[in-house]
Design a protein around this ligand. Structure first.
Ligand SMILES: N[C@@H](CCC(=O)N[C@@H](CS)C(=O)NCC(=O)O)C(=O)O
Length: 229
């Protein structure tokens, strides 16, 4: 399988699919297509005709699967023993609900705090809508950890790492790099995600990237440019 991804520093959707495949040891090659470049769509369509023209797109033989939720379901069907979703039906149902909510929502947080792994920003009030998104997200995390995170199954939302953790990984990085304060349970969860060897691998590659996209310069409250430090 081949996964088309965007710049590792910025492409939050690419991180989700990539991280899931890496953590679950699913073999794949990757092709990085530069975001914000004129040839972006052309390159994606050349690799994946008839797709949505976005990254991530998963290519398996002559099949292209775009849209992250569809990629997750395809991996679940082709690798039924990989633990893409939690094995418990109740946990699986809630994990799917949490993923759908992530896919469709939290636009205030996503808009105000675009994923940028190369910078660490000064903590500041980012408005009521962002605060509401953060409260809802951390509420989902606390509820998942409380009900399904017990019994030593792992530090992730539903115990062992699942698609839900992959879907929320770019939120974890945003809360981290934008210095957004959260509760201790959510902090523990974030630490587990940020310590994942697969995430560290992605981050190291992101910090090595030379390309800067336009939104990188929007927020001037950056405290540290991690790529230069
Ligand atoms: N709904 C899509 C969103 C994918 C997406 O918007 N990806 C961005 C990069 S993070 C992209 O391809 N942007 C370039 C474009 O839309 O032309 C999914 O779930 O995969």
């Amino acid at each position: 399988m081949k996964l088309l991804i965007g710049n590792k520093c910025y492409s939050s959707w690419s991180l989700r699919a990539w991280l899931l495949m890496r953590v679950k040891s699913i073999a794949f090659s990757e092709k990085l297509v530069l975001l914000d470049e004129p040839g972006f769509k052309q390159t994606v369509f050349a690799e994946a005709p008839g797709s949505g023209g976005t990254v991530p797109t998963l290519i398996d033989g002559d099949l292209a699967v775009w849209e992250t939720l569809a990629i997750i379901e395809y991996l679940h069907e082709t690798h039924p023993d990989a633990g893409i979703w939690p094995s418990d039906p109740a946990a699986r149902a809630q994990a799917r609900a949490a993923c759908s909510e992530m896919h469709a929502g939290f636009t205030a947080l996503r808009g105000a705090c675009p994923m940028n792994l190369g910078k660490r920003y000064a903590a500041r009030d980012r408005g009521a809508d962002v605060a509401r998104d953060v409260e809802r997200i951390t509420g989902i995390w606390r509820q998942a950890r409380e009900r399904f995170g017990g019994a030593g199954e792992g530090p992730f939302l539903y115990g062992a790492f699942s698609a839900a953790d992959a879907m929320y990984a770019p939120v974890v990085t945003r809360l981290d790099t934008y210095g957004i304060a959260i509760d201790p349970v959510s902090q523990d969860y974030m630490r587990a995600v940020l310590a994942l060897p697969a995430y560290r691998e992605w981050l190291a590659a992101a910090l090595d990237e030379p390309w800067i996209v336009a939104h990188d310069e929007v927020d001037e409250s950056a405290l540290v440019d991690l790529r230069q430090s």
